[in-house]
Design a protein around this ligand. Structure first.
Ligand SMILES: NC(=O)c1ccc[n+]([C@@H]2O[C@H](COP(=O)([O-])OP(=O)(O)OC[C@H]3O[C@@H](n4cnc5c(N)ncnc54)[C@H](O)[C@@H]3O)[C@@H](O)[C@H]2O)c1
Length: 305
């Protein structure tokens, strides 16, 4: 499998002005790629464009302020992009956000009583990538150049294991939807000879020190202090590059606290809740959590051996 991360190819990245998106843009630039950078944050986007253009001024570096939830603006932006580049080789639909529920309820019901919180989360995290696909798939499929192209959508482990402790059910559900729709997209693309040159991939970062944690904007990792358990965004970008190289669909990133064996054991336990008829989210349920922890740790040890 030939990766699309190559000199003179073009990458379009949403959420490019911070964190994982910025790190992917920087990696693509270091490999000699043209960049189309999209983000809602115009100040950080301007800084991002300047920083990446400085790394190689002979390559295209264009920035577009865009709320990914705005389908009409996606189409207008796509028209502007068509005047700048002929082809887009790598699309990274990465912009995402965890909104906080509002309201006076102080308990676990708070998120369930705030429809606006659900709407904002789904508009950004689910409609955002869907709007991107609606605007960009026609461009990718109309291209006469049938060289490989890749679409990466950023999910989350929270969309697979659904941890209740984080108190953000809308975020978890939005990322579960992303897993589901990206799987289906990959199948549809590879099942039609007209689109089999376009692959889809699910990027699943672990705990990454980004804007979601307070490290906002196109920061210099050499100057960023992070907890030892978290990964730098550049490590996620490297993992994505490796995944594209091997043609992986699920690009699951470990972090300083969670190795691949532990991730696998946790995901297996979660999916077995259905098969075994356990209570939902048994890993966190008081009558199950000790059993769950023992079984997960034992499974992880076996996988490491
Ligand atoms: N940081 C983590 O630990 C982690 C873990 C799993 C998944 N993720 C996912 O990684 C992706 C990137 O997030 P990050 O951690 O780099 O955070 P970040 O805040 O550093 O970057 C997100 C970027 O998306 C932009 N953005 C937010 N809403 C937008 C909108 N409506 N339209 C356009 N741009 C918008 C922000 O301005 C920001 O520049 C997200 O999808 C997030 O859910 C992050």
């Amino acid at each position: 499998m030939q990766s699309v991360i190559q000199p003179q190819k073009t990458a379009l990245i949403t959420g490019a002005a911070s964190g994982v998106g910025y790190a992917i843009a920087k990696l693509c630039r270091s490999k000699g790629m043209h960049l189309l950078l999209l983000d809602i944050d115009h100040e950080n986007l301007a800084k991002t464009k300047a920083a990446l253009a400085e790394l190689n001024s002979s390559l295209i570096t264009e920035a577009f302020v865009l709320d990914v939830a705005d389908a009409a603006l996606w189409k207008e932006t796509t028209r502007q992009i068509a005047d700048i580049v002929q082809d887009i080789d790598l699309v990274v639909l990465n912009a995402g956000k965890g909104y906080k529920p509002q309201g006076t309820d102080t308990g676990r019901l708070k998120p369930w009583l705030d429809g606006n919180y659900w709407e904002k989360t789904f508009n950004t995290n689910v409609r955002g990538p869907l709007n991107g696909l609606e605007a960009l798939l026609p461009v990718l499929t109309a291209s006469k150049n049938k060289a490989p192209k890749s679409i990466v959508i950023t999910g989350s482990k929270q969309g697979i294991t659904n941890p209740p402790g984080a108190g953000n059910p809308a975020y978890n559900a939005s990322k579960a939807a992303i897993k589901n729709l990206t799987e289906h997209l990959a199948f549809d693309l590879r099942s039609d000879p007209a689109t089999e040159n376009i692959s889809a991939h699910l990027l699943i970062p672990g705990w990454t020190w980004t804007g979601l944690m307070g490290n906002v904007g196109p920061t210099d990792e050499a100057e960023v202090k992070k907890p030892s358990g978290a990964w730098y965004p550049s490590q996620v970008a490297e993992e994505l590059a490796k995944g594209l190289e091997t043609g992986a669909f699920y690009i699951v990133c470990p972090d300083g606290e969670t190795d691949p064996a532990l991730d696998q054991a946790r995901m297996k336990w979660g999916s077995e809740d259905v098969v075994e008829g356990r209570p939902a989210l048994s890993r966190w349920e008081k009558n199950w959590k000790n059993r769950a922890e023992e079984a997960i740790q034992a499974d992880a040890r076996t996988r490491r051996a």
